[in-house]
Ligand binder design. Structure first.
Ligand SMILES: Cc1ncc(COP(=O)(O)O)c(C=O)c1O
Length: 373
């Protein structure tokens, strides 16, 4: 009898799904990690035009259409003054595939992968799928990742450490000084830093800095995507940036697992990256307003919450039984332990939900918090 492979038996379906399934149809869902805005019209139109003119009927090059890879490279120059060769990029099926390729290409069985805890659910699961050993590290009180904690966790077996700023589930943004440190650690320890930058444009205070800018070796691989920045989660379009050698190895996995990213999505992504950026600014402005309302509401309810500087999540400390109580009253929040054992005692709230719903949810949270105190 064929048994299931250990690598799949070692992972389970994300705890986030379980909460959604437990929620009634009428519930206000603060569990969802996707913007509630439409994809910009010019991006949609570019896909439609590409489809109608027959440009999307065939496979594209494995790495993606040249004009998209040029747009990705140009974006790094425009946004951060980082020079990227379009040949050193791969268009992927979302940031998710990009993370998978980066880990598959760099992690041997039993090698260690360091990542933030609480952190995005895929880091632990994709590490196990690659045969690696997860090495979660705890966060500072402000929920940022301390470079010193990463450096302390590095051993002979470490293959990769993952940095995610702005972060899911915390909304925390790493400082420029931290990012310089992560680059130094990658250089000095000769360990790969995977920098997950899918929320790079959703920053309210300060600026996003990529360790790619500061590293002196090729030990940084960047993962990003159109998903969050352009509200394109359904299009499945992300990318990788890395050195020629690293891209070559990641491409081997991509070539056999995926062949190429979806062609219509590639045309939409090129338009999103090169077209007007106002829709991004509008969305980020709306998230910031909501962030303020959510943080005020949580504090008024008596909860302690570090002010998130980016993404669209807040992560308050909550009393025991809080997530069940708010769920019973019709609000979905994800228990912090879904993001790692250090997430226990916290909950993640997404504010990628309309203001009216958020205000209604905060009233429910206020009474639910009083009930479980
Ligand atoms: C931190 C982080 N990285 C990567 C991803 C994957 O993004 P995509 O939808 O582009 O696959 C997500 C999605 O929620 C995320 O939160």
């Amino acid at each position: 009898m064929t048994e299931f492979a250990t690598r799949v038996e070692n992972v389970s379906i994300s705890g986030i799904r379980e909460v959604f399934e437990a929620a009634g149809d009428e519930a206000i869902n603060l569990g969802i990690g996707q913007p509630d805005f439409p994809t910009p019209a010019h991006a949609r139109r570019a896909a439609v035009e590409a489809i109608e003119s027959g440009q999307t009927d065939a496979y594209t090059s494995n790495k993606g259409i040249p004009q998209l890879r040029e747009a990705i490279a140009a974006k790094y120059d425009r946004d951060y003054g980082i020079e990227v060769d379009p040949g050193n990029t791969i268009a992927t099926s979302g940031g998710s595939e990009a993370l998978h390729l980066a880990l598959e290409a760099h992690v041997d069985p039993n090698q260690e992968v360091i990542f933030p805890d609480p952190g995005f659910v895929s880091y632990d699961a994709l590490t196990r799928i690659a045969g690696g050993t997860p090495k979660p590290v705890s966060l500072r009180d402000d929920l940022t990742l301390d470079p010193a904690a990463v450096e302390d966790a590095i051993t002979e077996e470490t293959a990769v450490f993952i940095v995610n700023s702005p972060a899911n589930p915390t909304g925390a943004v790493q400082s420029e000084a931290d990012m310089r440190e992560f680059a130094r650690i990658a250089d000095e320890h000769d360990v790969l830093c995977i920098s997950d930058e899918v929320y790079e444009h959703i920053v309210f205070e300060g600026e996003h800095h990529s360790p790619l800018k500061f590293a002196e070796t090729d030990n940084v691989v960047v993962v990003s995507a159109c998903s969050k920045t352009y509200s394109m989660t359904g299009w499945r379009l992300g990318w990788l940036v890395g050195s020629g050698d690293r891209i070559d190895r990641m491409l081997r996995v991509h070539q056999y697992a995926q062949a190429c990213a979806s062609a219509p999505a590639q045309f939409a992504a090129e338009a999103a990256l090169t077209g007007p950026q106002e829709p991004v600014a509008e969305m980020v402005g709306a998230f910031e307003e909501r962030r303020d309302v959510v943080v005020d509401g949580l504090e008024d309810a008596g909860l302690e919450v570090p002010t998130p500087s980016g993404a669209f999540y807040a992560m308050p400390k909550v009393p025991e039984g809080w997530c069940d109580e708010v769920l019973d009253r019709g609000v979905v929040a994800v228990p912090g332990e879904a993001f790692g054992s250090n997430g226990e005692g916290y909950a993640r709230l997404s504010y990628a939900t309309g203001m009216e719903e958020l205000k209604a949810a905060l009233e429910i949270i206020d009474s639910a918090t009083a009930a479980v105190r």
